[in-house]
Design a protein around this ligand. Structure first.
Ligand SMILES: C[S@@+](CC[C@H](N)C(=O)[O-])C[C@H]1O[C@@H](n2cnc3c(N)ncnc32)[C@H](O)[C@@H]1O
Length: 495
């Protein structure tokens, strides 16, 4: 029977983003030929037929990723991007944060075997003589678990250094056997590797630490995506950036059409995209219409930033009377939630806070405020609102969990662990709190403890349907989290 290559390429594009138009069918056929024996077939047509017979499983996607993705990368690839970032963008960012929250969040999305992420770590190491006084996050993700395992192993051959600056190898690598070079521990420990399929969505999310990024590298991967998928990925990455955050793509991925909502910034020999940082009141976007909304909602003009000076106990606040008309209108929480889901964090915050006289009673409002502020990188404010919510209800497991994720973004590991322990004590079925405890143990080089927490999470996940969204997971499904945990178990920690 004739193989339906057109359908197979559609299935692969849907599941993994990878686009194989007719002219790239030879690449698809070559990749599939490589995967055929791994799938237990001797014949490529039978293998294709079986892949088309049901939705692709996670394991099938892993095998396909291994044979269809391109693992070409090296240290300081496209040097001019690093030069622009190191000479202009990061010094300004560092200066603006030096007297406030000393936090930097970078993400190498599609990190391949890790060279890009370690290049970022080395760059920061050079730019920040007082690195220890900063909380630096470098997240590195990829669809291909085999590449991730190599990245965690951090051992490289000469070819990875083909464009590296002079002296770089000697300073940041230890020479091992067989002409391999091992990244020094101080750089290795700056990077966290995790699996993430850009085509699947589920980011940004506090749960996977993919939110509030200052700088995202997503290079030399969008060019393999179908245009519609690339547009979705770019929109998600935009949401994962704070206002004023930056996106770097490969030189051949720069495009007029694909980057709405970004400002094009020219640097010598390179274009970077910046998420516009217009002030709240001048945002031109229309408010989202909610299901059932018929009338236009009127909002008071933006007030000065109302940071809570001290937590306000719920008991002292009288419930606001609600008129019948108000009952029919979408409540601030629902409107704010819709804005939040569109990545419009500042407007979500504004929606909850502008009617300042309104007493907040619903714990979900505290949660949403904390989340939206954290996604904007306003961690101190996010924490203050979390604490206000916890004063109102100290048994609120979600509040403790959110508090922990914010503390982790601030680098406050010990209090974060306590908050997570409180969350699982109050709600033993809180999957993401178990997952976060596992990540924490893993980051601290305690694999046994990490396995215990991950196994608790897995036991809870098997009770859920694979496509069921996990509470507090920003769209992360049970199946996807189970897959992430399974892959993490195969990545030996580098700490
Ligand atoms: C050519 S490498 C780019 C590596 C690095 N960013 C660079 O520019 O040197 C492309 C990477 O994209 C990854 N990739 C492909 N499809 C992906 C997807 N759907 N989600 C995440 N990563 C993906 C591949 O596994 C591969 O590691």
């Amino acid at each position: 029977m004739e193989t339906d290559w057109s359908r197979l390429s559609e299935v692969i594009a849907d599941a993994m983003g990878l686009h194989f138009p007719r002219e790239r069918w030879p690449d698809l056929q070559r990749g599939l030929a490589g995967a055929t024996t791994e799938f237990g077939f001797t014949d490529i047509a039978a293998c294709a037929e079986s892949l088309l017979s049901a939705p692709l499983t996670k394991i099938q996607m892993q095998v396909l990723a291994d044979h269809l993705t391109i693992g070409e990368t090296y240290f300081f690839r496209e040097k001019r991007t690093f030069e622009a970032i190191a000479s202009q963008l990061l010094p300004a960012l560092i200066e603006s944060r030096r007297n406030g929250e000393r936090r930097l969040r970078l993400w190498s999305a599609a990190c391949c075997t890790g060279e890009e992420a370690y290049s970022l770590a080395i760059m920061l190491h050079q730019l920040l003589p007082d690195l220890a006084a900063w909380h630096v996050t470098i997240l590195a993700t990829d669809i291909n678990a085999r590449f991730l395992r190599k990245a965690v192993a951090a051992s490289y051959g000469e070819w990875s250094f083909r464009d590296a600056p002079a002296g770089f190898k000697e300073r940041y690598f230890i020479r091992g056997e067989d002409n391999r070079y091992l990244v020094v521990p101080e750089i290795r420990q700056m990077v966290t590797f995790a699996p993430l399929n850009l085509a699947e969505g589920g980011y940004p999310s506090l749960a996977t630490d993919t939110n509030a990024m200052d700088l995202i590298f997503c290079r030399n991967v969008l060019m393999y995506f179908a245009p519609a998928q690339a547009v979705r990925v770019i929109a998600n990455l935009r949401h994962a950036l704070i206002d004023g955050g930056w996106l770097a793509v490969g030189p051949s991925e720069v495009s007029q059409a694909l980057f709405p909502g970004f400002v094009v910034r020219n640097f010598p020999g390179v274009i970077l995209y910046q998420k516009g940082g217009a002030p709240l009141s001048s945002r031109p976007q229309p408010r989202p219409k909610l299901r059932g909304e018929t009338e236009r909602l009127d909002f008071a003009p933006a007030l000065p930033w109302p940071r809570p000076a001290a937590p306000v106990p719920a008991a002292t606040r009288a419930p606001a009377p609600r008129s019948e008309r108000e009952e029919k209108r979408p409540r601030p929480y629902e409107l704010a939630r819709a804005l939040y889901e569109q990545g419009r964090q500042a407007e979500a915050v504004e929606t909850l806070l502008v009617p300042a006289a309104r007493a907040m009673r619903d714990p979900r409002e505290f949660h949403l405020l904390a989340r939206a502020l954290a996604n904007e990188g306003k961690l101190t404010d996010a924490l203050a609102w979390c604490d206000s919510g916890l004063v109102a209800d100290k048994l609120d497991a979600v509040g403790h969990y959110l508090r922990a994720t914010i503390l982790l973004e601030q680098g406050q590991v010990a209090p974060a662990r306590i908050s997570l322990q409180r969350a699982v004590y109050l709600d033993p079925a809180f999957v993401l709190a178990h997952f976060a405890l596992g990540n924490l143990a893993r980051a601290n080089g305690k694999p046994g403890e990490a396995d215990r927490h991950f196994s608790n999470a897995q036991q809870l996940l098997v009770r859920l349907k694979a496509d069921e969204p996990i509470p507090e997971g920003d769209g992360l499904t049970a199946g996807r989290l189970a897959e992430i945990i399974a892959t993490l178990a195969t990545l030996k920690t580098s700490r």
